[in-house]
Design a binder for this molecule. Sequence first.
Ligand code: FES
Length: 576
Amino acid sequence: MPDKSVSYWTNTGQGLRAVELRAAGFKPSEAAAINAVVTVAAAHTNAHRCNNRVRRIADFLVDALALKGGQGLLVGAPAVSDALTQGTENAGYSLVSRDLMADCMETGHYAHHGNAMIVISGCDKTGAAALMPLARTNAFGLVVYPRTSAPGRVDFEPWASKGNNLTLMDYMEGSAAREAGRISDDQLTRLQRCVMPGSGTCGAMFTANTMSTVAEAIGMMLPRGASHPADYDAGSDIHDDVKKQAYASVEALYRLMEIGLRPRDIMVRKAFENAVTTAYAMGGSTNLYLHVLAIAREAGVMMTIEDLHCIGERVPLIANLQPHGPYAMVSLHKVGGVPVVMKALLNAGLLHGDVMTVTGKTLAENLAEVALPEELPEQDVIFQVTQPLAAPGNHISVLSGSLAPESCVLKLSGKTLEDGEFHGKAKVFNSEKAAMTAIREGGVVAGDVVVVRNVGPVGAPGMPEMVHLTIQLQGRGLGKEVALITDGRFSGVSHGILVGHICPEGAKGGPISIVQDGDTIVIDPKKRRLDIDITPKEMAGRMARLDPPELLDVPEGSVLSKYRRLVSSAHYGCVL
Ligand code: FES
């Protein structure tokens, strides 16, 4: 068990602690008898459904810890919802919040003299931030997920055939379809009412569930923790299984303390490889790249963007989830959840079975009794590795080229490009807003490459997600005929022909800044290239004439201005 003593170097220290505990509502005599001080780190808010149950779960954990003789001390942090910030001038605060949350959790943990830590995740960035303080402090601990939203259904196509699997993505695409006159007002209203009947994170393989999958697959969350529905239905209490897993997580924490197993014993290089492999097999978000690089840095594990590509390109797509497939995360949960995917990958030799997990057992031991996809009753949510939805190399790839000398990420979500590559004419925009106006006015047509620049980690600042642009393209039926390239990033909801994270970004003088309307852009996944089709001489001339970009004005001293000063490129995970 951990050492619970706090060392003071004044003779008033212990007495002062008793004064403080009493004033805060604790009984000092009981506090003196506790066996562990456990930081319950929770980004909670009532502002959105992604994290609005987090505080309740935190209270369950505090009660469960007390039953074990522990003292759970809450540490809060800002919980930014992408759904509330995307497409607004505050979108930069989303990625910024990842590191801010990790810092809050570290600060509270040490300031309260914590011995151990349970982190409750939630919306996208909270999922990444959950693993960062655990890796950074190496305090005994694990992650609890407040769970994903239950899906909905409607009775008109093209959504009716998805059954009870509609998510926020369907409403967003329906909204763009309404604008384009493809569905009626009434149909849009029905989608709005049905897609998200209750609380929870976005309900398919978007970024929140990508990061919950990472937490489970890396070994830092109890099995089947990544896919559970948050609610039974609208307005219901928290799902009993969520409560059960919160209590089970406390039991697991005490086991970890007993056997001396810490996060850095679990989050080793092989475990990162397992996490990336599993997220690829399930069609995870491009944000995976930013977050895994950041978590690896905290864990002291050497990983590069090229490592992630090499791990991912061996992996077939086997989970039939949105955004590439029809199903919601809850459908995956019903057939066994992430463990079934991992069992298939382990059997195919794609995972390391000998890594430790928060159960105190190895991954192979955890999966020993789990069924393979082919052993389940008939289903088409999880495919076999030998008969996948898409062969390896068709999900996310790292490219480089004349437009991305460092790197960029291409997301195809299992699709292949006609002729194996995409050539298109550039339509250049210096902001997301300008690109949105052009798409809405019909200024983007089949064969175009929408170029959105100055939206990187420094330029925006905070590297907002271009999701509303990708939604507009999908909703207007242009998803297969128009590509979008950007130094910004995408939401897990985004699908199509998408290249993001272009490095160096425009604000740092990257060559994305020299693209002009009408230039031919070539995306070639086989050669792993993103190029502009101009002569080297023309390229050099344009680069020489490039003026320093005009950066968006942010107030000096603000979080955004500090972020702009400190942030590294997406090539390194936007770490600070
Ligand atoms: Fe919070 Fe998607 S916006 S999980």
